[in-house]
Design a protein around this ligand. Structure first.
Ligand code: AMP
Length: 192
C-alpha cells in the first residue's frame, strides 16, 4: 500500500514550521512549498510578483489573495507535486483554504493531513528575534502575530471540523519535534 505524503503545517510565526518542513521534506523526498520563501525569492529578484508583494511582506501583512492563489495553483500543478508535498505558510486565511480544497480535488490530491505546531507566545517572540530575518523586527513580529491570531488561527477550527487536524508540541528540541511528526504522519496519514 503506497502512501503519498501531503501535509499542511499550521502554526504561528516562529513555531518551527519551516525548520520541520525542510527536514521532513528531505527525508520523504517530496517538495517543501514555503510561500514565504517563494515571495522572498521573488522580492530579491525584483520580479513582478516580488514588486507587488514587497510592501506587504515588509509590514507583516498578508499578500493579497489574488496573488497567492495564482502562485499556489501554479506550484501545485508542477510535476514534482504529484509525489506529495509539505505546505508551509499556505493557507493563511479561510479564503485561501476555501480555494485550496477544490484545487486539490481538481488535481486529485485530496488526501492530506493538517498539523498544528503549538508553541507558547513567549517562546515565539524570543525565537523570531533570534532568527534575524529582514521581517523579524520587533514591530513586524508583533503585527505578524496579530495577523496570525486574526486571520490564520481560525483555520484550526476549519480543519478540525473537516476531521483533518492534528496537533504537535513545537516547544521541544527540534529533533524531538521531528521524531513526533514522523510518528504522527506514519500513524495518521490516510492510505490511498
Ligand atoms: P513566512 O515565511 O511564512 O513567515 O511568510 C513571510 C511573509 O510572507 C508573511 O508575513 C506574509 O507577508 C507573506 N506570506 C507568506 N505566505 C503567505 C500567504 N499564504 N498569504 C499571504 N501572505 C503570505
Amino acid at each position: 500500500m503506497t502512501k503519498t505524503t501531503r501535509l499542511i503545517f499550521l502554526g504561528p510565526p516562529g513555531a518551527g514550521k519551516g525548520t520541520q518542513a525542510k527536514i521532513l521534506a528531505r527525508s520523504l523526498q517530496i517538495p517543501h512549498i514555503s510561500t514565504g520563501e517563494i515571495l522572498r525569492d521573488a522580492i530579491s529578484q525584483q520580479s513582478s510578483l516580488g514588486q507587488k508583494a514587497q510592501e506587504y511582506v515588509d509590514r507583516g501583512e498578508l499578500v493579497p489573495d489574488e496573488l497567492m492563489l495564482d502562485l499556489i495553483r501554479k506550484r501545485l500543478s508542477q510535476p514534482d507535486a504529484r509525489n506529495g508535498w509539505i505546505l508551509d505558510g499556505f493557507p493563511r486565511n479561510v479564503e485561501q483554504a476555501s480555494f485550496l480544497e477544490p484545487l486539490l480535488k481538481e488535481l486529485d490530491q485530496t488526501n492530506f493531513l493538517v498539523i498544528n505546531l503549538e508553541v507558547p507566545d513567549s517562546v515565539l517572540i524570543a525565537r523570531l528575534l533570534a532568527r534575524g530575518r529582514k521581517d523579524d523586527t520587533e514591530a513586524t513580529i508583533s503585527r505578524r502575530l496579530e495577523v496570525y491570531r486574526e486571520q490564520t488561527a481560525p483555520l484550526i477550527e476549519h480543519y478540525q471540523s473537516l476531521g483533518k487536524l492534528h496537533s504537535a508540541n513545537g516547544d521541544l528540541e527540534p529533533e524531538e519535534v521531528t521524531q513526533a511528526l514522523k510518528q504522527l504522519v506514519e500513524k495518521s496519514l490516510p492510505s490511498e
